[in-house]
Design a binder for this molecule. Structure first.
Ligand SMILES: *Cc1c(COP(=O)(O)O)cnc(C)c1O
Length: 411
């Protein structure tokens, strides 16, 4: 996304053209932006055996899954629905790993039926269930136990799933015993160890500690006679949302990872989501009204918290910039949507370019956890998704209609 002749472009397409033709709100993604990040991951591993398994939950549009599958990506799924999407996109289930703390019997069966690459198991009862379901099919299910490396998050507030008190994984202190007990399961091939310690990680330092702890665990398990083949180090690399934010580069991050763990005959798996798609997406919106209440200025736009919930849910920051670069100075305003909730804001007390009714704005860095977390709250049809490829674009998900809103309902 960059300004050319004062007009914001996604690749070679002026975003205002898309806004005018397709209407607002709408999500727009750059295929080149997505592929560039995926390739940065893939290439940074060099000769080290690896697979980049894109975390589908960040953005699960079929066209994006297809784009990544064609580039050689594997996939990390957290539900049966995500497996359905990956299969519909034409991806090879042999490159799919299944994470999540609450997989149902039906979901496990579905994944076994399609012979996915591996299950990241989060509890001993889940191991037992997979074993019995695999036995019924006469299969060996490949499994990694997700361990919780208990890396101190006190100085790193963004690392928020890797501590003992979180619901995820099995405490690393109990991991060896769990693997030892799991040896008795006849229909499970315990071939991996995995972890994922959180999202929007902006500091590599604690990650290095995680890599080293995980490698040490793999070595101890091998010493116990377990044929550990894969080391899954999760997703979580952060992206800059604000102009001042500094996020580690993908190459730097994978370089550190390889230095810590490569050369031990382990296939390294990673599960990045946000860092592949976030920066490649924007949400386009149109200014409906301006008003002031006392000293406060409001810019009321046609995109709301049902379209992009991150500001309301996490107080997260998204840059908001005009599609036509303005020369009329800035204002401080709340940028709010039409939803009947005080929490329905895209920005608060934000210095933005002067914006008048009819102007188009881009909400930046919205490619991850944007559309996937949208809803029909306030009976608002969800926006379309559009994929740009060079000088062309195509609608990869249509705008919902009023009929879509009531699909499946009866009186
Ligand atoms: C959410 C999630 C990811 C992806 O995290 P990002 O921060 O988007 O990279 C990877 N693995 C698991 C198990 C997850 O839950």
């Amino acid at each position: 996304m960059e300004y050319r002749d004062h007009t914001l472009h996604c690749e070679d397409v002026p975003l205002a053209d898309i806004a005018r033709r397709e209407g607002t709100p709408c999500y727009v993604y750059s295929s080149a932006g997505i592929l560039e990040k995926f390739r940065a991951y893939d290439e940074a591993f060099g000769d080290a055996p690896h697979q980049v398994c894109y975390a589908v939950k960040a953005n699960s549009n079929l066209a994006i899954l297809k784009l990544l599958a064609d580039a050689g990506a594997g996939f990390d799924i957290v539900s049966g629905g995500e497996l359905f999407r990956v299969l519909k996109a034409g991806a090879n289930p042999g490159n799919v790993i299944f994470s999540g703390v609450g997989k149902t019997e039906q979901e496990l069966n579905y994944a076994l039926e399609h012979k996915i690459k591996s299950f990241n198991c989060e509890s001993e009862p889940e191991l037992a269930l997979i074993d019995s379901l695999a036995a019924r099919r006469g299969l060996q299910a490949r499994v990694a136990i997700r361990v919780n490396p208990d890396v101190d998050a006190s100085t790193h507030p963004y690392i928020s799933t890797g501590l003992r008190e979180h619901k995820f994984g099995i405490d690393i202190a109990h991991a060896e015993a769990a693997y030892e007990r799991a040896k008795s399961f006849q229909n499970i091939a315990l071939e991996g160890v995995s972890c994922h310690i959180g999202s929007q990680i902006l500091d590599i330092q604690p990650m290095q500690q995680v890599f080293e702890k995980m490698l040490a665990l793999a070595k101890r398990l091998r010493a116990r006679g377990l044929p550990i083949l894969t080391l899954d180090l999760g997703g979580g690399l952060g992206v800059p949302y604000k102009p001042g934010d500094t996020a580690p580069g993908i190459r730097e991050y994978i370089g550190t990872m390889c230095q810590s763990v490569s050369g031990h005959g382990l296939e390294i798996l990673i599960e990045p989501g946000r860092s592949i798609v976030a920066e490649a997406g924007v949400l386009l919106t149109r200014v409906l009204y301006r008003k002031s209440n006392g000293a406060k200025q409001f810019v009321i736009v046609d995109a709301g918290m049902n379209d992009l919930i991150r500001p309301a849910l996490y107080q997260s920051h998204h840059q908001i910039i005009p599609l036509r670069e303005s020369t009329t100075g800035t204002m401080v305003a709340d940028v709010v949507g039409p939803v009947c909730e005080t929490g329905d804001f895209l920005a608060r007390n934000r210095e933005i370019a002067q914006a008048l009714p009819g102007d188009y704005l881009a909400v930046c860095t919205a490619g991850a956890y944007g559309f996937v977390a949208s809803s029909n709250y306030n009976a608002r049809p969800r926006p379309p998704e559009i994929l740009v490829e060079g000088g062309r674009y195509r609608v990869i998900r249509e705008r919902e209609t009023y009929d879509d809103l009531i699909r499946g309902e009866t009186i």
